[in-house]
Design a protein around this ligand. Structure first.
Ligand code: BDR
Ligand code: CA
Length: 306
């Protein structure tokens, strides 16, 4: 069982990852922190809470974090995820209040209270995580691990970039935060576009038909989210669910340990994640391959479970 604190920016695929986690006995979500990324932070914070409420998990606390990346203005991805950030899925506004503590303080408190026990999952820009690590330099080594969705490492033909031709969205959005986190000493499992853009790991309209057979709130919501992606983008990319899946079945992905450079600033190569050298002594492990069909099978079976 993995005890998880999760920093996210829902976002369709963050939402699918959260649904997957809540349907997985292998994972216990202790708290959620929200960051600006796919949508402004007020919206990602409302989205996290309305998903939890819809799935009867309104007791999981949600603490709001940074409204902007460290050194850049936010450039959201609502044009991709829909005007509500969740593919116009029509969930009611949340009733649960936000947890009344800043995201980085909440995150740090959870980790400090259970040293070595918690896995940090990060599926948005790394702004909140960078703030938490800056405030508490001991946090990275008090984590059981840090699993993140971010980067494009040129390890497969798909590892090229989605926000620019060279950079992945989460890292591009806040490269200064990513630089700090990647150099923090945390044991990092980075799931990037190299695997999440693999067509074998994407949901298509046939998978959507299967999800539609489900009778639970989880299946109903997943169907709405996947339908939007299939309709507007041709298939549903599973970036964030793939990061979560490393906790459910580590054998789904291959990882290679490496030294990684994160390009900061605002030049053409902003947000590039470059492997400098494969090095088995490194604490950064980059996903280099995925068993797409087996991952999708796991996703569907968990989502469709009654
Ligand atoms: C990442 O960017 C966001 O749009 C998704 O939620 C995912 O975390 C993929 O590049
Ligand atoms: Ca995300």
């Amino acid at each position: 069982m993995h005890k998880v604190v999760w920093d996210m920016d829902p976002g369709i695929d963050d939402a699918l990852a959260l649904i997957l986690a809540l349907k997985s006995p292998e994972v216990q979500v202790l708290g959620i922190t929200t960051v600006a990324g796919n949508a402004p932070v007020e919206m990602t914070s409302a989205n996290a809470r309305c998903i939890l409420e819809f799935l009867n998990e309104g007791g999981i606390p949600v603490a709001m974090g940074a409204a902007n990346p460290l050194n850049h203005p936010l450039e959201d991805a609502l044009s991709y995820h829909g005007p509500d950030g969740l593919g116009n899925c029509g969930l009611p506004l949340p009733l649960t209040p936000l947890y009344p503590v800043k995201a980085w303080d909440f995150l740090a408190r959870l980790v400090l209270d259970a040293p070595g026990e918690l896995t940090l999952v990060a599926t948005g820009p790394l702004t909140n995580v960078a703030y938490a690590f800056e405030l508490h330099a001991e946090l990275p080594e008090l984590l059981a691990g840090l699993v993140l969705m971010g980067g494009a490492y040129d390890l497969t033909p798909y590892g090229k970039g989605n926000r620019t031709p060279f950079a992945e969205f989460n890292i591009w959005q806040d490269p200064e935060a990513a630089h700090a986190v990647f150099n923090s000493g945390a044991n990092i499992f980075a799931v990037g576009l190299d695997v999440s853009m693999d067509p074998a790991a994407c949901l298509n309209s046939q998978h959507l038909e299967q999800i539609r057979t489900g009778r639970t709130p989880a299946a109903h919501l997943a169907a709405q989210l996947v339908e939007y992606e299939v309709k507007y983008h041709g298939c549903c990319r599973m970036h964030d669910p793939l990061a979560l899946a490393t906790l459910l079945d580590a054998s789904l992905l291959d990882f290679t340990s490496a030294r990684v450079e994160i390009v900061t600033g605002n030049d053409w190569d902003r947000g590039v994640t470059r492997i400098l050298a494969a090095d088995s002594s490194q604490l950064i492990h980059v996903a280099s391959a995925v068993d797409g069909p087996r991952f999708l099978k796991l996703f569907l079976s968990h989502i469709l479970e009654e």
